[in-house]
Design a protein around this ligand. Structure first.
Ligand code: BMA
Length: 335
């Protein structure tokens, strides 16, 4: 690790990790025990995927997307000592304190969890795709993964993939999102918005669009909470292409300018992860790798990335952040 690849963050030596297999030349490799969360570890679930985890206490906490047996997705809190074996609450997250108009969404999915320092306390903002006359971005806050205080919906419908930055930038909260339609959106670009108070969002700016290579030609959306390095914000994202059998979701990476993250410094023209494992190519929606969270150990640059596989289960893959940065610069097209 060189000083110019410094990860700004916490040392997390206990994140899940497995060395790159000797016969693997890829920048990102899969956990040999995948999927870490199978299809139905709790009775109400038909699938658990596209879920978010963070370091919490001595271990880890998560907000999981649990598809219930009425086929509707709901958020469930979860805890883990090692980041691999998860105890998932059987009851969905109960949102408290929200305006009654938005307090009872019929569906809630694709959560992200963003640790945020507020004074001497760490709070965890949860953003997700919520139902309000169609999909848009819901926001809540928790300190303990037991009580979730609902704030406000960030945007008008339709929108998906609201991803917060883990600190204020130029004094403002910042959120990436992907404006969409009310269905299986055949388009999608990443925008950024800012807020003084986590309630009112504005100054919406374009970050990056679909296009370039086929794997990211249909839509792109932010994945895990961006990771701060001294060269920029590392944003892992999903890139989607369309085929005669439906969409295919892969993972790419981009580097955004630290003080002005609407500016893309580098962006991968080759994917980092593409659905090839059986649990990614077979399931409720085949051919989906959908990253929603990443744990990074700032001292070693180790990265454990959680992604939904085939809209069915949750999988884990690994990389060194420095390798991703090298790959990103060597295979970059910004357009
Ligand atoms: C997106 C979202 C994701 C899902 C993906 C693939 O539009 O609905 O939750 O994983 O499609 O089906």
């Amino acid at each position: 690790m060189t000083m110019s690849r410094r990860v700004i963050g916490t040392e997390l030596p206990h994140i899940p990790w497995e060395d790159r297999p000797p016969d693997c030349a890829d920048v990102v490799w899969r956990y040999s025990g995948n999927p870490v969360i199978p299809r139905n570890p709790i009775p109400c679930a038909q699938g658990i995927y596209n879920s978010a985890v963070v370091a919490f206490g001595d271990g880890f906490a998560g907000v999981m997307r649990v598809e219930h047996k009425d086929s509707m997705p709901r958020l469930h809190a979860a805890r883990s000592g090692d980041g691999v074996r998860w105890q998932i609450e059987e009851q969905k997250v109960r949102l408290v304190g929200g305006d009654p108009e938005i307090a009872h969404p019929a569906y809630t999915y694709d959560p992200r969890v963003c640790p945020f320092q507020e004074g001497s306390e760490t709070v965890y903002y949860v953003t997700w795709c919520t139902d309000y006359h169609g999909p848009t971005i819901g926001v809540a806050k928790t300190k303990d993964f037991v009580t979730f205080e609902q704030i406000e919906n960030a945007f008008l419908p339709f929108n998906r993939n609201g991803v917060l930055f883990p600190r204020k930038i130029n004094g403002k909260y910042m959120m990436l999102s992907r404006p969409s339609d009310n269905g299986h959106t055949p388009f999608g670009d990443v925008y950024i918005s800012e807020s003084p108070d986590m309630v009112h969002w504005g100054r919406h700016r374009f970050v990056m669009g679909a296009g370039g290579q086929w794997w990211q030609g249909t839509k792109v959306g932010a994945g895990p909470i961006p990771i701060e390095t001294d060269e920029g914000w590392l944003m892992l994202y999903h890139g989607v292409c369309n085929t005669c059998n439906g969409f295919v979701y892969s993972m790419g990476a981009a580097l955004l300018e630290l003080d002005n993250p609407s500016r893309v410094l580098h962006r991968t023209n080759k994917y980092l992860l593409f659905p090839t494992a059986a649990y990614e190519t077979t399931g409720f929606v085949p051919n989906v790798c959908f990253p929603c969270a990443a744990l990074c150990d700032a001292s070693t640059g180790r990265l454990a990335i959680y992604y939904g596989a085939a809209d069915t289960c949750t999988a884990l893959c690994f990389a060194y952040i420095h390798d991703i940065m090298d790959f990103l610069k060597a295979n970059s097209t910004v357009f």
